[in-house]
Design a protein around this ligand. Sequence first.
Ligand code: DX5
Length: 237
Amino acid sequence: MTDAASSAARRPIEIVPSVLPADFSRLGEACLALEKAGVDRIQFDVMDGRFVPNLTFGADVIASVREHVSVPFEAHLMVHEPTWLVPHMVEAGCQTVIVHAEACTHLHRVLGQVLETGARAAVALNPASPPQLAEYVLDLVSMVLVMTVNPGFGGQRYLASMEPKLRSLRRTILERGLDVDLEVDGGIGPDTVTGATAAGANVLVAGSALFRDEQGLEHAVSELRSLAEAARSGVQA
Ligand code: DX5
């Protein structure tokens, strides 16, 4: 087994639902059900209609859900120049703030601003972005999100072509002895989680695959977790 694989194998598998496919008129109930289903965190896809061709919700909506559940929240900011929004996301109850490298003229500065709020900082990379885009901020982040779809919509096809990017980032993180998680988001489900995990991801964001599981959220979360663990044991082999 390669060192990078063993490094990946030592990081806990985390299942993080995106609420994008949820019924927004009953978002609180959806988050309660996700918490009951045993998720590790909940991701809120914040879209501004400029960085991505879609518009979702802001800090007030996240804050309205915060008091109903106790799981940590992460804000995935698909927002052009997101500096102004960072403190509002933290005040709304997000423990992790993810910004896109492509959306920040001064990415290093924005991640520093996230850290100054006391939140964990994370950087997201669009499919066309090389892993090098994160290279000089790996010391600032707790996590790198490798998008496995073009951001803006749920229910898209998983891009397996992102797996070499995951392997490259996992190798760099290991070589530099950094404590950084690798997250994937987009098209993650029972058929794709094995490839993403074997390539080095340990945090798995899923929306459609969880909400469309006919056996319910609990089944979907535990199935995804056990498939990821199995892929890891494959990695460990
Ligand atoms: C894209 C979104 C989606 C969503 C999950 O901007 O970030 O990736 O979270 O989508 P699916 O339904 O593919 O899991």
